[in-house]
Design a protein around this ligand. Structure first.
Ligand SMILES: C[S@@+](CC[C@H](N)C(=O)[O-])C[C@H]1O[C@@H](n2cnc3c(N)ncnc32)[C@H](O)[C@@H]1O
Length: 467
C-alpha cells in the first residue's frame, strides 16, 4: 500500500488546478471510478466527511496520461476530436430533463447540439423518426427549432412528452412532492409494523396487481409502496409526469444487484447477500421503493425548472407509431406544423440485434398496463445479428426513410448516428434514395477514458438524391 506522501493527496480544487481541469471534471472521474476517493488521513473511502474528500495526484496524473494516450490513438484512427466530448462531465451529459428517466441507447445531448447548431437555424423543423427518449426534441427545442418525434414504443413517447411539455412549474412541483409525502407516510406505517388497517390497505393494493412480473421482481414492501403511489396518480393533473417519477424509482427498486440495473438477468431472493461490484462490498437487493421515490421527486421538479429556463416556445410534436408506415403528413395536419416542409432529420436508429426497446422498460409496461408493440420494433436484440437479421434491418430502415422523404424539403439534411459494424448504411442510403455526402467518425468517450480500443459511431450526413 502507498503511503500518504506517495499518494500526494489533495483537495478537489487543488487537483483541478494541478491538471488544468475543473472540480466538476475531477468529480466526474471519481464517479466513473477512474480515480479513488480518500479521506484526509489517506484511507480509501466510499464517502468522505464534509470537506474531507481527497484524491491522489499520482492516480490522477496516471489517469490523465492514459486518457491523452487514448485521445492520440483516436486522432490517429481518424476520429473527430470535437465529437468525442472528452471533457464533458457526467452532470452535463445528463443535464436537466435528460436524466428524468434512464434509457438504454440514448445519445448524448452535446452530440445533437453540435450538429443542429452547425447545420440548421432557429425556426427550422427537425424530425427524429426513432425518437427514443426525445434527446433530439429537447435539444432542438433549446435551439428554437420546431421538432417532431416518432417512436413505436408508447412508454418512450410518454418519457419524451414528459420531458418536453410545458408545465405550470409550481403546480407540477406541488403534485410531485404531495404524492411523495403521502407515500412516505404509508411507508412509515409499513415500517412500524402494519396494524389491521394498513394490512387491509396493503392487501387491497396487491389485489389490484395482476402482474406476475411485479410480484416476482420486487420485495413485498417495495410492491406495496409502488402500488400505493400508482393509486394516487389519477387524482392529479400531470399524471404521466408522476408515472415517470414512479417508473424511475421502480426500476431502481427491483430485487437485482446494484450494478446490474440496465440488463438484469433474474430477480434475487429477498435478503440474499451478493458481492456488489458497484460498492465493492457485500450488499443485499433493495426492499423498498419509497426511498427511491424520495430520491427522485425533488430531483425531477428541479430538472423541469432547469429546462424551463432554457426552452423555447417552438412546437414539439410526438407521434406514437411505426415509422415505416405512419402517415406523417396526415398526423401533422392537426398540429402547428401542418403543411410545413421538414428541414432535416437527426436520428439514431436501433442497431442490429443490440437492444429490445420495449423490454428494457418492462416494469413500466407491467405497472401501468401500457400496450406493447414489440413485433414492430426494427432490429431487436431477440432477433440477433444473423445475415437474415441484417437483411431485414436494411429493408426496414430503408422503408422508414422512403416513408419520411416526401415530407422533407428537397435540400433537407439527414443525419444518422450508427455503429455500422456491418457496413449496411451505404446500401440503406441507396435503397432509400439518399446520398451519403459526409461521414463523421466519433469515438465513444467513456471507453476512451478506460484506455480501451476505440469504439466508434459514424454520423452519416445524407441528402436526397436528385430524381
Ligand atoms: C437508438 S434508439 C433512439 C434513442 C434516442 N436517440 C435517444 O436519445 O433517446 C432507437 C428507437 O427506435 C425505436 N424504434 C424501433 N423500431 C421502430 C419503428 N418501427 N418505428 C418507430 N420507432 C422504432 C425504438 O423504440 C427506440 O426507441
Amino acid at each position: 500500500m502507498k503511503t500518504m506522501d506517495e499518494l500526494e493527496l489533495v483537495t478537489l480544487d487543488d487537483a483541478a488546478a494541478a491538471v488544468h481541469k475543473t472540480a466538476h471534471n475531477i468529480r466526474d472521474y471519481i464517479q466513473r471510478g477512474r480515480i479513488a476517493k480518500y479521506d484526509a488521513q489517506g484511507n480509501r473511502v466510499s464517502r468522505a466527511p464534509n470537506g474531507g474528500l481527497r484524491v491522489s495526484l499520482v492516480e490522477l496524473r496516471a489517469f490523465m496520461a492514459r486518457m491523452a494516450q487514448g485521445n492520440a490513438q483516436h486522432h490517429r484512427a481518424g476520429f473527430h476530436l470535437e465529437l468525442g466530448f472528452y471533457d464533458v462531465p457526467e452532470w452535463q451529459r445528463t443535464k436537466h430533463v435528460h436524466r428524468l428517466h434512464p434509457y438504454l441507447g440514448k445519445f448524448i445531448p452535446q452530440l445533437v447540439e453540435w450538429f443542429l447548431a452547425r447545420y440548421f437555424k432557429a425556426g427550422d423543423v427537425i424530425l427524429d423518426p426513432f425518437m427514443g427518449s426525445g434527446t433530439t426534441l429537447v435539444q432542438g427545442n433549446e435551439l428554437k427549432m420546431a421538432t417532431i418525434g416518432l417512436d413505436i414504443s408508447e412508454f418512450n413517447c410518454r418519457i419524451a412528452r414528459v420531458k418536453t411539455r410545458k408545465y405550470d412549474l409550481e403546480h407540477a412541483r406541488r403534485e410531485i412532492l404531495e404524492t411523495e409525502r403521502c407515500v412516505m407516510g404509508f411507508s412509515q406505517q409499513l415500517a412500524r409494523g402494519a396494524d389491521a388497517e394498513v394490512q387491509a390497505l396493503a392487501a387491497s393494493l396487491v389485489a389490484e396487481c395482476h402482474s406476475e412480473y411485479l410480484k416476482t421482481w420486487f420485495a413485498p414492501r417495495a410492491l406495496y409502496e409502488m402500488l400505493y403511489y400508482r393509486r394516487l396518480i389519477p387524482q392529479h393533473e400531470y399524471q404521466d409526469l408522476l408515472r415517470v417519477v414512479l417508473s424511475r424509482a421502480v426500476r431502481s427498486s427491483r430485487l437485482i444487484p446494484h450494478y446490474d440495473l440496465a440488463t438484469p438477468k433474474a430477480p434475487l431472493p429477498v435478503g440474499q447477500e451478493y458481492w456488489c461490484r458497484k460498492h465493492a462490498r457485500m450488499c443485499r437487493p433493495i426492499e423498498e421503493c419509497a426511498v427511491k421515490i424520495h430520491a427522485y421527486s425533488e430531483d425531477t421538479a428541479r430538472r423541469l425548472e432547469q429546462f424551463d429556463q432554457l426552452r423555447s416556445d417552438e412546437p414539439v410534436t410526438i407521434i406514437q407509431g411505426d415509422s415505416r408506415t405512419v402517415n406523417l403528413r396526415g398526423e401533422l395536419e392537426s398540429t402547428p406544423l401542418a403543411g410545413r416542409a421538414i428541414d432535416g432529420i437527426f436520428t439514431s436508429p436501433p442497431y442490429v440485434g443490440q437492444i429490445d426497446y420495449h423490454d428494457q422498460h418492462i416494469y413500466a409496461y407491467e405497472l401501468f398496463g401500457i400496450a406493447r408493440n414489440d413485433p414492430l420494433e426494427i432490429g431487436p436484440k431477440r432477433r440477433g445479428k444473423s445475415r437474415q437479421a441484417q437483411a431485414d434491418y436494411v429493408a426496414d430502415i430503408s422503408s422508414v426513410f422512403r416513408n419520411m422523404l416526401p415530407a422533407l424539403r428537397a435540400d433537407a439534411k439527414i443525419f444518422v448516428v450508427a455503429n455500422d459494424r456491418f457496413n449496411l448504411y451505404p446500401e440503406i442510403a441507396r435503397r432509400s434514395g439518399l446520398q451519403i455526402v459526409e461521414e463523421f467518425h466519433r469515438a465513444v468517450t467513456k471507453r476512451t477514458e478506460q484506455g480501451n480500443d476505440p469504439y466508434q459511431e459514424t454520423i452519416f450526413m445524407m441528402v436526397k438524391q436528385c430524381p
